[in-house]
Write a protein that binds this ligand. Structure first.
Ligand code: LMR
Length: 396
């Protein structure tokens, strides 16, 4: 039976992870998959998480099922984190999910069921897994231009023109902050224009909020999502705890629904839990239980926020150091934009041959579109990286 299956397509990011692991060079450099790294190159378990896990181990007295929607206290804490502690939550509901990806998938299933004829517009470029993930839910995908690679900035006019062509009821996937893969975010005025367009054309936003706290700050990064909540009747958000709580492998996130009113919110939440039941029945507990403890205990929450903020500031510093090293080595300001962008990623203006050469000759791994994980930039070896880039671009 399986002989008829096509060979699987290698995922751009997972394939790179495997190639990096297999590379035996000791001076290899991983700028690929989006995981935070400390100066020693490790992805640490956050201190607040360690404390919460110890408490969980001590206090948990059953492994009985949670419900399809997950822990109500976790969901409430995630609503407060995304929409603010003072938000009016009467029309907002959340479901605990299997990572941010799980949230995207169950929301996509719900939207497909609600609007089978709707098309989902994703930015070009976007996180590569958006395409198979949303496509697998049966959504027809369209792309809107987003990035002006020649000038390393958002191509806002092209984005607005494309979304102006979307049909009423279409879904628009927006990166809530820290755009993946470009690091180029919309500013406040641009978000206001996008919201006005969404309202005028009756489009439905699906916000991917995977990097809250990695851009300008935990509260600030939720600003565009909160603006949508002020302005829009209905939308959904996929939030992740992989990055800001460092819980990658625990797979924890939340699917959030903002509805027109309480009755709609309750109905949509109920349907979403039936989507969960039909997919994997119920979510795992460990990561969400740990998160709930961190978000609801004020001392743990404070410790976590300060650790998250130092991670963010480290990435801001790395951006600055890298763009300065590139300015010095290349004798140009072509890479200055890196210090102005936000979050975990930026895209280098390199072609495929240059990216391949960096990997093969210098052991420097980045995604095939030039995306780098800023947290992987070598704090004490920026010049070696800058030299290698200038060598392959012929600017050394
Ligand atoms: C990334 O973009 O590198 C991360 O979101 C990890 C992944 O699953 O692709």
């Amino acid at each position: 039976m399986f002989e008829s299956l096509a060979e699987p397509k290698v995922d751009a990011i997972l394939g790179l992870m495997a190639a990096f692991r297999a590379d035996e060079r000791t001076d290899k450099l991983d700028l690929g998959v989006g995981v935070y790294k400390d100066p020693a190159g490790k992805t640490p378990v956050m201190r607040a998480i360690k404390t919460a896990e110890a408490r969980l181990l001590d206090e948990q007295d059953t492994k009985s099922y949670v419900s399809p929607g997950g822990s109500p206290a976790f969901c409430e804490a995630m609503i407060a984190q995304v929409f603010g502690a003072k938000a009016n939550t009467s029309r907002i509901r959340a479901v605990q999910s299997v990572g941010g990806s799980g949230a995207l998938r169950i929301l996509a299933d719900l939207l497909q069921e609600t609007r089978p004829e709707a098309r989902a517009w994703v930015s070009d470029p976007t996180w590569p897994n958006h395409i198979p993930l949303l496509g697998a839910a049966g959504l027809e995908l369209k792309r809107y231009p987003y990035y002006d690679a020649a000038h390393s900035k958002v191509d806002f006019a092209a984005m607005m023109a494309a979304l102006g062509e979307a049909s009423s009821g279409d879904i628009v996937v927006l990166h809530g902050c820290c755009h993946n893969p470009t690091g180029a975010d919309l500013d406040r005025a641009q978000w206001q224009d996008v919201v006005a367009l969404l309202k005028e054309r009756e489009l439905f936003p699906l916000v991917d909020l995977a990097y809250q706290g990695f851009g300008i700050g935990l509260e600030e990064d939720a600003g565009p999502t909160r603006l949508l909540a002020e302005e829009m009747d209905e939308f959904v958000v996929a939030a992740s705890c992989s990055k800001n709580l460092g819980l990658y492998r625990e797979r924890v996130g939340a699917a959030l629904i903002v509805a027109r009113n309480t009755a709609d919110a309750t109905r949509a939440h109920g349907r979403l839990t039936t989507v969960v039941r039909a997919n994997y029945s119920m979510p795992p507990d460990h990561g969400a239980n740990t998160t709930e403890r961190v978000l609801t205990d004020s001392a743990l929450n404070e410790e976590w926020r300060s650790e998250l903020e130092s991670m963010r500031l480290r990435m801001v510093g790395l951006r600055k150091d890298f763009s300065e090293a590139m300015r010095k080595r290349s004798n140009s300001d072509r890479f200055d934009y890196i210090s102005r962008q936000q979050g975990m990623f930026s895209r280098l203006p390199l072609d495929t041959a240059q990216i391949d050469r960096l990997r093969e000759e210098f052991g420097i791994y980045m995604v095939g579109d030039g995306r780098i994980n800023v947290a992987g930039l070598p704090e004490n070896d920026m010049d070696r990286l800058a030299d290698a880039i200038c060598t392959v671009t012929g600017t050394a």
